[in-house]
Design a protein around this ligand. Structure first.
Ligand SMILES: Cc1ncc(COP(=O)(O)O)c(C=O)c1O
Length: 339
């Protein structure tokens, strides 16, 4: 897998190949760190600082640590625009903060978090930063050395790649420090009855048979992104997003969720009087695939006082025509509900 590791290392501009660890997905990447880092470095009363924007993947693993070790979780609040301001994070950092775990882009409001500023703040106090890059990596150019975070979780199926594969970037200084996450074949150096020694990273964190086909496929997906150019992808998505926002704003009774100053390409909305699951079902009949529900962000939906939202996710394959079709399907949906 060396060729693929090097491709991914280069793609995110990591300094060392061994900083690229293959996992099952972003969820497993975050669980790996919560478990491994938590086991060694977290004790009772220590604090994990996260935000109200997080996907359950970046909250539940820390909750386990809260249960197991008596750690506390602090949530930086989301504002009315659907963003978390850097000052809110600053306010919550204390001498007990042992990890800052934040998303790069919200999968509901689309807010792009100021990761570099958060890392700079954290570095002043020697606090590691984990970034859930599931929505960040497909849409933004990732230069991991410039971001300078300690951990970055990537989901390959969000980057035009296969299901069941993820990447965990872990800064070299942690690779020796962290204990293995799972035990089994592949991750060992020597196994004796009384003593086991472990392989070096990344193998130490990759117990069991590797998803070789998925890794090769993902490497091709990276080539696809590189051929198009991530900047071109981002510009295209932003253009479609802006068009979509303008179009839906004109549509009576559609409420767009979030108005962050910097936004990734998700277009989340509600329609007064129609449940998002009904919207999704009716749009599906018109050939429009959206998602409905809390999008694994129940804390955020609780804060907004709504149980569910509908979300159109814009990718490189979408066009303005797709937005027109979405808008028409919404009109049709409103007609069915007499709205
Ligand atoms: C922001 C965010 N974090 C984490 C995940 C989970 O990623 P995975 O399916 O790779 O575990 C998702 C998936 O939707 C997501 O949008």
């Amino acid at each position: 897998m060396k060729t693929q590791e090097i491709k991914l290392k280069n793609y995110i501009n990591a300094k060392y190949r061994e900083e690229i660890i293959f996992t099952k997905g972003a969820t497993e990447s975050i669980n790996l760190i919560a478990s491994s880092y938590g086991e060694k470095f977290i004790k009772e009363g220590d604090e994990i600082l996260t935000t109200e924007l997080e996907h359950h993947s970046n909250y539940v693993p820390w909750h386990f640590l809260r249960q197991k070790k008596g750690a506390k979780i602090k949530f930086a609040p989301v504002n009315k625009r659907g963003e978390v301001e850097i000052d809110e994070i600053k306010k919550l950092i204390s001498s007990k903060t042992k990890m800052i775990a934040v998303t790069h882009i919200s999968n509901v409001t689309g807010a792009i978090m100021p990761i570099k500023k958060i890392v700079d703040l954290a570095k002043e106090k020697n606090i590691p930063v984990l970034v859930d890059g599931t929505q960040g990596a497909p849409h933004l150019k990732i230069d991991i050395q410039e971001l300078d975070c300690d951990f970055y979780a990537i989901s390959c199926h969000k980057m035009y790649g296969p299901n069941g594969l993820g990447i965990l970037y872990a800064k070299k200084k942690w690779l020796e420090e962290l204990p293995p996450y799972q035990g089994g074949g592949g991750m060992i150096s020597e196994v004796l009855k009384e003593k086991i020694s472990f392989a070096n990273s990344p193998t130490k964190f990759e117990a069991g048979t590797m998803q070789t086909a998925e890794v090769v496929a993902f490497s091709e997906a990276i080539k696809f992104i590189e051929d198009l150019g991530i900047d071109n992808i981002q510009n295209h998505e932003n253009e479609i997003l802006e068009y979509g926002i303008e179009k839906l704003k004109k549509n009576n009774s559609v409420n767009i969720i979030g108005e962050p100053k910097e936004r990734g390409s998700v277009l989340t909305f509600t329609i007064k009087g129609i449940h998002p699951h009904d919207i999704a079902t009716i749009l599906d009949e018109d050939g429009v695939a959206i998602r409905a529900g809390h999008h694994c962000c129940q804390i955020l939906h609780d804060k907004m006082g709504i149980p569910a939202t509908a979300r159109a996710s814009i990718g490189v394959y979408n066009s303005k025509e797709d937005i027109d079709i979405l808008s028409k399907a919404i009109d049709n949906c409103k007609k069915i509900f007499n709205i």
